[in-house]
Design a protein around this ligand. Structure first.
Ligand SMILES: Nc1ncnc2c1ncn2[C@@H]1O[C@H](COP(=O)(O)OP(=O)(O)O)[C@@H](O)[C@H]1O
Ligand SMILES: N[C@@H](CCOP(=O)(O)O)C(=O)O
Length: 326
């Protein structure tokens, strides 16, 4: 459960007086997520999600992703919308944290994603990338290649307590990725955290995307690589080519991956794996005392990274020839 900051009922009831979304009936901390404190809240007008933004979200970044959700929804990408308070603000302060309220999105995230889910997420990701092309705000990705070494520096001294040799493994991979990270691929607005728990389905039909605090401007195909890692590995750590093919082909039907993007996928997937390995490692080593949170396993991403290190070409992900779209 992620609740780092608790909210008193009286404070929340007062906070809601600043909005036109009804009176507080009930609220409870949400037993999922690791980044921010989230609460499911019922008011006399319906269900809402209250988020108190924590460690990795700077106040200055809130306008970017809260406006992005509105921008995407206007272009047909289903995602929650922020409520405005009576002053017209989409966020303000509660319990000493920046706080926002978004509407509740119907659906469930898939606990065991199948190829149909991967088809859905590939299509939605591409539509999001296309819809973001005229989004006017810019946010550099703080967790792209330049952001990895500072994370490594935080974790390095204790990395080997998590797994022997981990510090050295990361150091070598980081050197390689810093030297080879692609510079000429198409850029745009990316979600940057489109894991299964951030994609809701009603049956097999995708009902919406949530959790935009990592969204930013970066390499579009990097977002695809993040999804390959998050959606296409099995519980036994094997890579599922059928799921990868489903994801890549449905993405490609909406926005074709250029040959350069396809060729770069193994490298981008290594980078995506290192990024989540590093944030998980830092979180694993620094659980705040008293926080209700179950840190995610950093070693899952060591295994994914090792897989991509041995990938020879994009064909290993199920794409049979450059430019091929089924
Ligand atoms: N708009 C929403 N509608 C319904 N449930 C939501 C919504 N936003 C978040 N949730 C629930 O809260 C959980 C944690 O939210 P998430 O945004 O992933 O957390 P974090 O802020 O830690 O990244 C989700 O897995 C989901 O169950
Ligand atoms: N997806 C990240 C963790 C942050 O995601 P959240 O949606 O659970 O807050 C990971 O798996 O490391």
């Amino acid at each position: 459960m992620a609740v780092y900051t608790d909210v008193a009922a009286e404070d929340l009831a007062d906070f809601l007086k600043g909005y036109d979304i009804g009176e507080l009936l009930s609220y409870k901390g949400i037993a999922e997520g690791v980044e921010n404190s989230n609460f499911l809240m019922h008011t006399s007008q319906g269900a809402f999600i209250l988020t108190l933004y924590e460690k990795r979200v700077a106040v200055d970044d809130l306008p970017y992703f809260l406006s992005l959700m509105a921008h995407l929804a206007e272009r047909g990408v289903r995602c929650p919308q922020p409520a405005r308070n009576r002053k017209g603000e989409v966020y303000s302060e509660l319990a000493g944290r920046p706080a926002a309220i978004i509407n509740f999105l119907e659906g469930m995230w898939p606990r065991r994603p199948n190829a149909a889910h991967c088809t859905g997420v590939g299509e939605a990701l591409a539509k999001m990338h296309l819809a973001g092309h005229d989004f006017p705000l810019f946010r550099k990705n703080p967790l792209s290649v330049e952001g990895w070494r500072p994370l490594f520096d935080l974790a390095a001294p204790r990395a080997d307590s998590v797994a022997p040799g981990l510090q050295d493994f990361i150091a070598r991979e980081l050197d390689h990725l810093e030297a080879c990270w692609p510079k000429d691929l198409s850029l745009g607005v990316i979600h940057a955290d489109l894991f299964p728990d951030n994609v809701f389905f009603l049956g097999d039909k995708l009902s919406g995307l949530i959790d935009f605090p990592f969204s930013c401007n970066d390499i579009l195909a990097y977002d695809v690589a993040i999804c390959l890692n998050a959606w296409c590995f099995e519980a036994d750590h094997s890579f599922n080519v059928t799921k990868a093919r489903a994801l890549l082909n449905s993405y490609g039907r909406e926005r074709q991956l250029s040959e350069a993007e396809q060729e770069a996928l193994p490298l981008l997937a290594r980078g995506a794996a290192l990024r989540f390995l590093l944030t998980r490692l830092v979180d694993f080593l620094n659980v705040p005392p008293g926080a209700l949170v179950k840190p995610k396993d950093p070693l899952e991403y060591v295994r994914k990274l090792r897989f991509h290190q041995n990938v020879a070409s994009v064909r290993d992900y199920g794409l049979t020839q450059p430019g091929y779209v089924a």
